[in-house]
Unconditional design. Structure first.
Ligand code: HEC
Ligand code: HEC
Ligand code: HEC
Ligand code: HEC
Ligand code: HEC
Length: 198
């Protein structure tokens, strides 16, 4: 009798324990899984494109590739035609005279007319209104929001795109060079809810 009861208790206790370990693990995975992490998300890319090489060492202007950043809501990722402005000629080879693999992949996509599908790094919640050109025209540097891109071999998300992050900047006191200062506003940018939730 006694041992039966004890046995059942042990079963129940073990079940509860295993259940909570399972819950804990899945919650942990949800929180720690890169796409749910606030900052530092760094997905793999189909071609190893380096911002350090192109925007750093070669000093190519951000807007040469992200052509819409100062014109519209989306900065846009460049089409292959922009890469081919250079890579029609620039085709580095290894010591054996074979095309470097990432360049070979690039040329292969170009020949087949098939765009490269880059993995998205920054993604703000869909119900939030965001516009690049408003920021770029107001003199906010790409690096204030994306970090030192010109040093990144692999693109990573520098900041979590949370409401507190947006507001942290909008609430700052404007500097004399900011349009807000010239308008006589007390904050660098508007902080009323309808600015970002329309
Ligand atoms: C030669 C073209 C080129 C130049 C110059 C360039 N980029 Fe990029 N950029 C790309 C490509 C291609 C991708 C997509 C692959 C990747 O994420 O690495 C990208 C991705 C990005 C992303 C991530 C996009 C996302 O999915 O969230 C950011 C942010 C970015 N670039 C910012 C910059 C900034 C800032 C500069 C200037 C300092 C710059 N880029 C210069 C080609 C370029
Ligand atoms: C303004 C010229 C220019 C543009 C535009 C450009 N590149 Fe490059 N890229 C270079 C140069 C120069 C190198 C270095 C070549 C070398 O190592 O000899 C290079 C190197 C690379 C490499 C490294 C190859 C290796 O393994 O060593 C990759 C990959 C690459 N580029 C991809 C791209 C992609 C993708 C784009 C378009 C989004 C692009 N490039 C746009 C000039 C350019
Ligand atoms: C005020 C902050 C801020 C500034 C300044 C900024 N970005 Fe972004 N960027 C973002 C956010 C937020 C996203 C995610 C947007 C989304 O999911 O719709 C993003 C996304 C991107 C993307 C992915 C494609 C897209 O448009 O969604 C690229 C590329 C990019 N930015 C490049 C740039 C470049 C280049 C500059 C400077 C010329 C720049 N950004 C300036 C905040 C900024
Ligand atoms: C590093 C500073 C900075 C960050 C981070 C930032 N912003 Fe801004 N934002 C500004 C500035 C400065 C302006 C004002 C532009 C002007 O005066 O025209 C602005 C303007 C705006 C506007 C237009 C406001 C209007 O007048 O209608 C929107 C919308 C906006 N931001 C949304 C966002 C969202 C959403 C985020 C976060 C994902 C964000 N911003 C992050 C600096 C920032
Ligand atoms: C400068 C831009 C900006 C302003 C101003 C702003 N929000 Fe947000 N809000 C965001 C962003 C970005 C998110 C998405 C956060 C995320 O993905 O975690 C968000 C998310 C939210 C959410 C969803 C819950 C959450 O926290 O993720 C609520 C509710 C909300 N905002 C309410 C408000 C209210 C109320 C105001 C006015 C007092 C306001 N917001 C002003 C940018 C803004």
């Amino acid at each position: 009798m006694f041992t039966r009861k004890l046995q059942r208790r042990i079963y129940v206790a073990t079940g509860v324990l295993l259940g909570s370990i399972g819950l804990g693990l899945s919650f942990g995975a949800y929180v720690l899984w890169p796409s749910h992490r606030e900052a530092g998300y760094e997905p793999g890319q189909p071609i190893a494109f380096s911002h350090k090489l192109h925007a750093g060492d070669l000093s190519i202007d951000c807007l040469y590739c992200h052509t819409q950043a100062d014109r519209g809501p989306h900065a846009t990722v460049p089409e292959l035609a922009i890469c081919m402005n250079c890579h029609a000629q620039v085709q580095p080879k290894d010591k054996a005279g074979k095309l470097k693999p990432d360049i070979a992949r690039l040329l292969d996509h170009w020949k087949r007319g098939e765009p490269v599908v880059w993995n998205k790094v920054n993604d703000v919640a869909d119900f939030v209104y965001f516009d690049h050109s408003r920021h770029v025209k107001a003199g906010v540097k790409c690096q204030e929001c994306h970090g030192p891109v010109e040093t990144m071999v692999h693109m990573r998300r520098e900041y979590g795109l949370k409401m507190s992050w947006c507001l942290g900047c909008h609430r700052q006191k404007p500097k004399p060079s900011d349009p807000a200062y010239q308008r006589g506003d007390k904050t660098r940018a508007p902080i009323n809810c309808s600015t970002c939730h329309r």
